[in-house]
Ligand binder design. Sequence first.
Ligand code: NAP
Length: 245
Amino acid sequence: MAIVTGGGGVVGRAAALAYARAGASVLVAGRDTGRLGEVVKEIEAEGGRAAGFAVDVTDSASVAAMVEAAVTRYGGLDVALNAAGVFGMLAPVADYDEDTWDTVLAVNLKGVFLSMKHEIAYMREHGGGTIVNVASNLGAHWRLSGAAAYAASKAAVSHLTRTAARDHIADGVRVNAVSPGPIDSPMSMRPGETPAERDDRMRDALPIGRVATPEEIAAAALWLSSPASSFVVGQDHVIDGGATA
Ligand SMILES: NC(=O)c1ccc[n+]([C@@H]2O[C@H](COP(=O)([O-])OP(=O)(O)OC[C@H]3O[C@@H](n4cnc5c(N)ncnc54)[C@H](OP(=O)(O)O)[C@@H]3O)[C@@H](O)[C@H]2O)c1
C-alpha cells in the first residue's frame, strides 16, 4: 500500500500511476480534491486501486489522519512518496517576501518532516517500509539566482532524508530522496513562459538537451521504493540530465 503526497501534481500523478501499475493500492493525497479524483479515475481505469485523500502536509493532525486513512482503507502502509511541494517566488534575498519564505519552508521542509514522522511511526511498528522524499537539484547541487526559500528547503530535505534514514533503518524503514532537475511541468516555467520557451531557456544548461518527463522521476521513485534497491539507504539521487554532472 502506498501514499503519494502531492498526488494530484505532475510528479505525484506519474508516481501514483507507476505504483498502481506495480500492484500497490495508492492513497493519492493533496489539497485539490478535484485533481486527486482525476488521478484516482485514471488509476481505476487501468484496473488499479486508489483513493483520494485531502491533506495539508503542514498540519500534523491532517498528516496523521492521512496515514490512518491509508491503514483503515488498505490495511497497512508499505511505501510513501513525499512529493508535495511549492516553488514560491524568484527574487533576490533582500527582496524575498517573508510570508512566501514561511510558506515554502512550511510545505517543502516541515511537510516532509511531518509526513515522515507519521509514516515512520506506523511503519516501524508494522514490519517496516520505504520512503522517498522529493527534493531538487536546486538544493545542494545546482544554483539558481532568486530561489532562496526553495533551494534552502530542498537542501534541508536532502539532509533530513539522510538523518531519518540513519535514525530508522534499524527499524526496517528505508528512506531515500530524489533530486530532479527541471521537469516538463508548470513548476519549471517562468511566469508567462510557454513550454517551448522554457525548453529553449533550459537546453544549454542540460547536457541531455531536454527537461525530464514526470515518468522518468516516477521510475526512480518506484525503484527506490522496491526491494531492487534494498541496500540503498539515505541517499539523495540527482536526476537532472547531467546538469550537475
Ligand atoms: N517540476 C519540476 O521541475 C521539479 C523539479 C525538481 C523538483 N520538483 C519537486 O517535485 C515535487 C512535485 O512537483 P510538481 O512539478 O509535481 O509540482 P505540482 O504539480 O505543483 O505538484 C505539487 C503538489 O503539491 C501539493 N501541495 C502543495 N502544498 C501542499 C500542502 N500544504 N499540503 C498538501 N499538498 C500540497 C499540491 O497540491 P494542491 O494543488 O492540491 O495544493 C500539488 O499537487 C515538488 O516537491 C517539487 O518541488 C519539481
